[in-house]
Design a protein around this ligand. Structure first.
Ligand code: FES
Ligand SMILES: [Fe+2]
Length: 411
């Protein structure tokens, strides 16, 4: 069943989500191409936290709290940029990209700069996907997850990609509604006519008994495409088996390759590549899609010619931000190798359609008449998301009872 209303509407549960989920789990915040050069940075807001993600002079990815060690001012106000050093605008304390305090004017001779480095945040790049964790002791299974997913991701060389486009969409719904909506395609047949040119609407149906009659011919086409795609993946040594651990480990995830319809190459209306300079060394365009979901806030798709990452960050009880980032080969030139509109328009339309669904769900759940309803079998990933979420709340709060006790505790 879906969760009780306060999980989607109450400020107390919102604070709980920031404290117990977004402050204690690994959170997907950016891709390496967004900070391609030393000095490049992005800032990320998680509740009252602000974190700087930067590339240091040794080209390593670093993360620091965006709080000056002098009197606490917010240091970098911009969402992204490039700097030589990290300089606080208040009294010009100056930090290196390695977080060390380099300069603080007018201090006494005994002042020890080495005691006032920026406070670091746990950060980890998995094949170019940057995750941070604000906890002192982050979930340790990130190493296992990285070992499993990296062989799927690395053939696409995301670290060497470049950002073709990035779009932020503010959705008028609780962040969990956005994630739940992503985790099912029950709504796809009617909701996403453009996406369904290439995305099989049978996604989520594993038991052929439960497939609606109208989807049966599409399911047959999916199975035929799967046979063809598997032969290609095996030929090029690309891992493709489904690994589904969405609610069975602290850092829940799911990864697999799947075929795509029509030309099977890309998320364009006819399924052919949008970039002729591919995002892989393999000389083949029809690779279907590599898709990964990670709890609590990531999904992505990678085709032969580009990658699309999605991150969801909470803004308030009934608002969140969905950031979509399109990545192409670093040498691909817009207008020469790829047509940006053709590459991005299907997912821009799809995102807006999803945002509308999320808004409708938030409105309905906000009514006193709302009562939780049942998930369909094809919504198993929604259930896995909720299981994971409740399991993590229980773990972090030491709550032994079912989710209703969380509602009571949170008021
Ligand atoms: S608060 Fe940053 S230099 Fe003073
Ligand atoms: Fe959708």
């Amino acid at each position: 069943m879906s969760l009780a209303a306060p999980f989607y509407t109450s400020p107390e549960v919102f604070d709980l989500d920031i404290a117990e989920i977004f402050s204690k789990q690994w959170i997907f915040v950016a891709t390496e191409p967004e900070i391609a050069e030393p000095g490049d940075f992005v800032t990320v807001t998680l509740g009252r936290y602000s974190v700087i993600i930067a590339r240091d002079d040794d080209e390593q990815v670093q993360a620091y709290h965006n709080v000056c060690r002098h009197r606490g001012a917010r240091i970098l106000a911009e969402e992204s940029g490039s700097v030589g050093n990290i300089v606080c605008s208040y009294h010009q304390w100056t930090y290196g990209m390695d977080g060390k305090l380099l300069y603080a004017e007018g201090q006494s001779p005994t002042f020890d700069k080495s005691c006032f480095s920026l406070r670091s945040v746990n950060v980890r790049s998995i094949a170019g996907l940057i995750f941070i964790c604000l906890a002192d002791e982050p979930p340790a299974d990130i190493d296992d997850v990285a070992a499993i997913v990296a062989p799927y991701l690395e053939p696409h060389d995301l670290r060497k990609a470049k950002v073709a486009k990035q779009v932020d969409l503010v959705e008028h719904g609780n962040w969990k509604l956005t994630m739940e909506n992503n985790r099912e395609c029950y709504h796809c047949s009617v909701g996403h006519p453009e996406l369904l040119n290439t995305f099989f609407p049978t996604w989520g149906y594993s038991d052929s008994e439960a497939i609606p009659t109208r989807l049966r011919p599409i399911f047959d086409r999916f199975n035929a495409a799967m046979v063809e795609h598997k032969a290609v993946w095996d030929h090029y040594g690309l891992p493709h088996e489904r690994v589904a651990e969405l609610d069975t480990r602290p850092t829940g995830f799911h990864i697999e390759r799947e075929p795509m319809d029509l030309a099977g190459e890309s998320f364009t209306l006819d399924g052919t590549v949008a970039s002729t300079k591919l995002l892989t060394d393999m000389p083949v365009t029809r690779l279907g899609r590599l898709s990964m979901h990670a709890q609590p806030n990531l999904w992505l798709h990678i085709t032969s010619d580009h990658a699309i990452t999605f991150s969801v960050l909470p803004i308030g009880p009934d608002t969140c931000r969905v950031r979509t980032t399109w990545l192409v080969h670093e040498d691909a030139e817009e207008g020469v190798d790829y047509d940006l509109d053709r590459m991005t328009n299907v997912w821009e339309i799809t995102n807006q359609q999803d945002a509308n669904f999320v808004g409708l769900a938030q409105e309905g759940i906000s009514s006193p008449a709302y009562v939780p309803g049942p998930y369909a079998p094809s919504e198993f990933q929604v259930e896995a998301f909720i299981n994971w979420y409740i399991g993590r709340l229980r773990f972090h709060r030491g709550i032994p009872d079912d989710h209703l006790s969380v509602v009571q505790e949170a008021g």
